[in-house]
Each structure stands twice: as structure tokens, then as C-alpha cells.
Design a protein around this ligand. Structure first.
Ligand SMILES: [Zn+2]
Length: 308
């Protein structure tokens, strides 16, 4: 077991937006950009993004021009500055408070879609941009009140932070770290099947949330032992993947197995097995399917398969 470099970028990374975080604090600049005609908007409604080209099998993100977005601004949506793209400021604006979003959206400009359902069909840039907007707005809409004193919060930093109007506590966007690891003994890799998976044949890497006061190394070892009863030794970082569905980042590792006898936790897994590279190259021969093409789990498996 040794380090395996990532063969390519993970889905939902590679946003073309420059976050220009130093510009967020200048309120007059932000206010000016918000109503400027060359500004662009990423609309969101109840975690759905505006996407065109789905019928043609070539989905892409729709950004609205400033004038096209006027009805959304007038509707009083929650907004935040995402950054700049080709010198133009990009905002996201969420209109989830409207029961029917269609009257404020331009006609024939795509459809409101859950980008996760597109399973990696979006161009990498677009997927990253839409995921950024969706994760930020998920946090904004669920932190309207201060967790310390219960009073309303108000936006700061062009919508990228919140401050309590009563006690002054500052609140920042939350990202929950999760470790995801392919455990191998060199020749074989451990994959599990959970009742929660979308289909009955899918086997994937183990994963779990990092707990307070826990290192990533400790989280990997704990999750693998809890779920499959396998002791792990060295771990090698592979890559990470933003997963703002709703609020995670996946931290990917290859982990060395120190034991091979599997004892599953039936609350977490229905089955776990060891698979050889040959079996995973042609998973139908062992009656399984691999995780989605846009997942880091798939990347951890494929990169291990091609490194013997
Ligand atoms: Zn407060």
C-alpha cells in the first residue's frame, strides 16, 4: 500500500469564479455591482439550479444578466456575491420563498433542476459554480436566527457571513468534513453495500463524518473498524471533493488493512466484501455496480485499479 496520485480533478471542483473575498467587505462596491447591468446571477429555488440543454443531453448552467434578474431582486430573494467571472461580478439569488418561481424567471431559459440528478453530465466548471451557490444558500436559509441568543441574523461580507443583530455573534458558512476511504490489503479492496444506497447492487468505499476533537487519521480508523471490523494502519491522502448536498467536503484516502476478517455493523452496512482489481474492472462478473461517475468514491476505486 502506497500513495496513489489523483488521475484527474474531482467533480464539483474547478470553479471558474474568482471568489475575490477581499472585495466582499466594501459595501458600496457590492451594492453597486448588485444592480449593475453586466452583473450575472445564479438563480436557485429550493435547491434547484437553472439548467438548459437537458433534452439534448448536453446540460449547462444558466446565468441571468442583471436586467433578466430584476424580477428576482424585486421579489426579495436571499442573495450573496460569489465572486467574479471574466471581470463581471457574479451573485447567487435564492427565491425559495416563492411558491411558484416561474413568473420571475425569463421564459425558455432552461429548467429548475437538482444538479445531483445530472450525475456528472454538467461541464466541470458549471457543476462547481452551481454547487458553490447551492451550498452557500443552503447555509444562509438555515441560519436566519442566531444559535447563541435566538434573535435574527443579518448578512455581512456580501452575504458570505451572518451577524446577530442582538448579541453580535458572527456566523460563518458551515462545511462538515467527512472521510471516505478505500481500504486495501495491496491485492484486494474492501467495498460495502448499504441499505441506504440508491440501488441494490452498488458497492462503494466506506465513509463517515469526522467528529469533534478527532483527527482525520482517527476518523478513518474508527469508521472502518465500526462499519467493517477491519483494523487499518497507514493512510494516504488522495484528494478532496466539495459535496455541498447539503454541506459536506469529502476527504479521500487510501488506507492499509492490518486485518482481513470482516465483521459488519448491520446498522451501517448490509454487506462488505474484498474485491480484486480484475473483479472491479468488470464488476458485472461479481454481480455488483460501482458508485456514480461523479463521486470521489469512484475515483478512489478507479485510481487504485490502475495502480498495481
Ligand atoms: Zn445572538
Amino acid at each position: 500500500v502506497r500513495p496513489i496520485p489523483p488521475s484527474r480533478a474531482n467533480a464539483y471542483t474547478g470553479s471558474p469564479i474568482d471568489r475575490v473575498s477581499h472585495l466582499r467587505e466594501t459595501e458600496t462596491l457590492v451594492a453597486e455591482a448588485f444592480t449593475a447591468s453586466d452583473t450575472m446571477f445564479v438563480p436557485l429555488w429550493r435547491a434547484r439550479s437553472l439548467v438548459r440543454g437537458m433534452a439534448e443531453g448536453a446540460p449547462s448552467a444558466v446565468l441571468l444578466r442583471g436586467d433578466e434578474a430584476a424580477p428576482l431582486r424585486d421579489a426579495g430573494g436571499t442573495w450573496a456575491m460569489l465572486g467574479q467571472l471574466d471581470g463581471r461580478t457574479v451573485f447567487t439569488i435564492d427565491i425559495s420563498h416563492l411558491d411558484d418561481p416561474l413568473p420571475v424567471l425569463p421564459e425558455r431559459l432552461g429548467a429548475l433542476t437538482d444538479i445531483r440528478a445530472l450525475a456528472g453530465a454538467l461541464p466541470q466548471h458549471d457543476a462547481a459554480m452551481l454547487a458553490h451557490a447551492r451550498g452557500l444558500m443552503h447555509w444562509r436559509l438555515r441560519h436566519r436566527f442566531c444559535g447563541a441568543c435566538g434573535q435574527p441574523t443579518s448578512p455581512r461580507s456580501a452575504g458570505n457571513a451572518l451577524a446577530c443583530s442582538a448579541c453580535g455573534t458572527q456566523h460563518f458558512p458551515r462545511t462538515d468534513p467527512a472521510v471516505i476511504m478505500l481500504v486495501t490489503d495491496g491485492e484486494r479492496a474492501l467495498l460495502g453495500h448499504s441499505q441506504r444506497f440508491p440501488n441494490s447492487t452498488m458497492y462503494s468505499t466506506l465513509a463517515g463524518f469526522v467528529e469533534p476533537g478527532e483527527s482525520l487519521e482517527e476518523a478513518v480508523a474508527r469508521e472502518v473498524f465500526e462499519e467493517a471490523g477491519i483494523r487499518t494502519g497507514r493512510i494516504f491522502y488522495h484528494s478532496s471533493q466539495p459535496w455541498p448536498f447539503p454541506a459536506s467536503i469529502m476527504l479521500g484516502f487510501h488506507a492499509e488493512a492490518l486485518s482481513t476478517e470482516i465483521t459488519i455493523d448491520p446498522e451501517e452496512l448490509a454487506d462488505a466484501r474484498w474485491f480484486t482489481r480484475a473483479e472491479l474492472r468488470d464488476p458485472t462478473t461479481v454481480g455488483i455496480t460501482l458508485p456514480r461517475a461523479d463521486s470521489i468514491a469512484r475515483r478512489l476505486i478507479e485510481d487504485w485499479m490502475t495502480h498495481s
